[in-house]
Design a protein around this ligand. Structure first.
Ligand code: FAD
Length: 391
């Protein structure tokens, strides 16, 4: 058992930190919670591309760097620590590139991977529909074969970053007669095709980082099909393991953790910093314990990926645990901030730039996206504990 990073990895972490600190000092971005999924910055994505930090683990022949999952873990961990705006490329870098590498044709790889690496193709994920969330196999959006094309009709919802994505990786029903799981296929297409309408969804925090995507007689070439026709459900289930695997499940609101620690050191009550208060110290120490446990769980996930396996049960455990931690972090922060903590960032009276109120509301959704905690616990029960599936 080794719990050490190599010298190269330590130096890489240092390089990433220095880069991010420089970008903050240049004013490229300000640290924010949820910046990995809500932070729209083509400029920052381009800068990462120039560093060679998009597609870090992908093969060199497609423009990647051929580096390890641990290197990507270090990169993403630091980006999350600094709340860097990475939403333009995060999904493609995390899972869509990997899916294309695994299931795509040579032509598809040479078409989309260099565009992602160049920081130009922003790819959203079109799985969920009004009647298909946890039960994805019941999706209704259909892709009907018509000569050399497929015609797509239907609706996706909750598409993260849908308002600015220029591509979508989606699932649609290609065989309505087949059993649900066996009649679904995966596609990748540009979102500027005629017949696509994207409508932002405003969430409880006021964010429009999500969208409904409507498809009305959208024609796509057959070359948009990824992998095997009617095997898309099985392909996407594999992809979901990677969607759940990352450090963003633990550190999405890390800037809040940093800010609340600083707040307790700088804020005084009866002449003493409130970090000396026993109640507050205990709460913060408990959070640190939980954070370190979550971090080790995600390192375990990465070690499974380094062995060349999809991190199924490991990712389910890590995500269920980590998203619960993030909610506790937000909740403890609100306890500490008191009434003013509820103010939005726009208010001049909002402590820690409104990170508390944002995170308190936003973190309720963390345990839903990419598979709810209940669904993840079903995976752990059946594949981790070997219990029979619920009938
Ligand atoms: C912030 C956010 C971002 C998202 N981004 C995307 C995106 O980019 N692309 C995309 O395609 N989707 C996205 N989603 C959608 C997300 O994947 C779904 O919300 C999720 O799969 C749950 O589906 P649902 O909302 O329809 O809830 P439902 O599936 O209707 O579930 C409702 C409740 O029932 C529980 N439940 C359901 N089935 C079971 C079961 N078998 N056992 C026990 N309990 C169960 C659930 O845990 C939940 O509590 C996003 C969601 C959120 C909140």
């Amino acid at each position: 058992m080794e719990f050490e990073f190599t010298t190269e990895q330590i130096l890489f972490r240092q390089e990433v930190r220095e880069f991010l600190e420089t970008e903050i000092s240049l004013g490229t971005f300000q640290p924010k919670c949820d910046a990995w999924i809500q932070g729209y910055s083509p400029e920052f994505t381009k800068k990462l591309s120039q560093k060679g930090w998009i597609g870090l683990t992908w093969p060199v022949e497609y423009g990647g760097q051929g580096r390890s999952h641990t290197d990507r873990l270090i990169l993403t961990e630091e980006m999350l620590r600094y709340g860097a705006p990475a939403a333009c490329h995060w999904f493609a870098d995390r899972q869509i590139g990997g899916a294309v590498l695994r299931y795509g044709t040579e032509e598809q790889k040479r078409w989309i991977l260099p565009k992602i690496i160049a920081g130009e193709a922003y790819v959203g994920l079109g799985l969920s529909e009004p009647e298909a969330g946890s039960d994805l196999a019941s999706l209704r959006t259909k892709a009907t074969e018509d000569g050399d094309e497929y015609i797509i009709d239907g609706q996706k919802m909750w598409t993260s970053c849908g308002v600015f994505m220029n591509h979508i990786y989606m699932v649609a029903r290609t065989d309505p007669e087949a059993p649900q799981h066996r009649g679904i296929s995966e596609f990748i297409l540009e979102t500027d095709r005629p017949g696509i309408t994207i409508t932002p969804t405003i969430d409880i925090t006021g964010s429009t980082a999500w969208a409904e995507v409507f498809f009305d007689n959208v024609k796509i070439p057959k070359s948009s099909l990824i992998g095997e026709k009617n095997r898309g459900f099985y392909q996407v289930v594999n992809q979901l393991d990677y969607e759940r695997a990352g450090m963003e499940r633990l550190m999405g609101n890390y800037p809040l953790f940093d800010a609340i620690l600083k707040f307790t050191k700088e804020t005084k009550r009866h002449g003493k910093p409130i970090c000396e208060d026993t109640f507050i110290r205990q709460k913060l120490a408990q959070l640190q314990i939980e954070f370190e446990v979550g971090r080790l769980m995600i390192y375990k996930v990465i070690s499974v990926m380094e062995e060349g396996h999809a991190p199924n049960v490991e990712a389910a455990k890590a995500k269920a645990y980590s998203t619960a931690f993030e909610r506790r972090l937000a909740s403890v922060s609100m306890d500490i901030l008191g009434m003013y903590g509820q103010l939005w960032a726009e208010s001049k009276y909002a402590p820690i730039a409104g990170l508390g109120s944002h995170s308190y509301l936003a973190s309720t959704g963390y345990s839903l996206q990419a598979g709810t905690s209940e669904v993840l616990k079903n995976i752990i029960a059946s594949r981790g504990l070997g219990l029979p599936s619920a009938s």
